[in-house]
Every structure is written in C-alpha cells, then in structure tokens.
Ligand binder design. Sequence first.
Ligand code: ZN
Length: 64
Amino acid sequence: MSFEVDPVCGMRVDPVRAVHKTVYGGRVYYFCSKHCKVLFEGDPEYYLKHGPVGMLSGRGEGED
Ligand SMILES: [Zn+2]
C-alpha cells in the first residue's frame, strides 16, 4: 500500500480513497480535505516550493 502526501498539510492520503485531488504540472496531488485542495489551487507553487506547512515540524525523519 502506498500513500501520497498532502502537499499542504503533510498528512498521508490514500490515493485509492482520496476524494480531493487536483492535477498540476502534469501530476496528480491528493488532499486530506477540500480545505487543503483549495489552498493548494490558490497558490500551488508556494506549496511545491516550501513543502507542507502543517503538522510536520521535525522533517527529515521517517521519510522513505
Ligand atoms: Zn491536508
């Protein structure tokens, strides 16, 4: 089973069950909620550059 990461808040999203998703730059991004999707669509470059700005404070651990 593989997860996608919500680019807005950093939550893991199951792409099979995700209902909130959008296509940007030729790939699909998944979101935990409509709220995150709306934020991403408002400024996708920001979130792609800066990464998730939600719950993740200790980045760099457990990412594989
Ligand atoms: Zn989210």
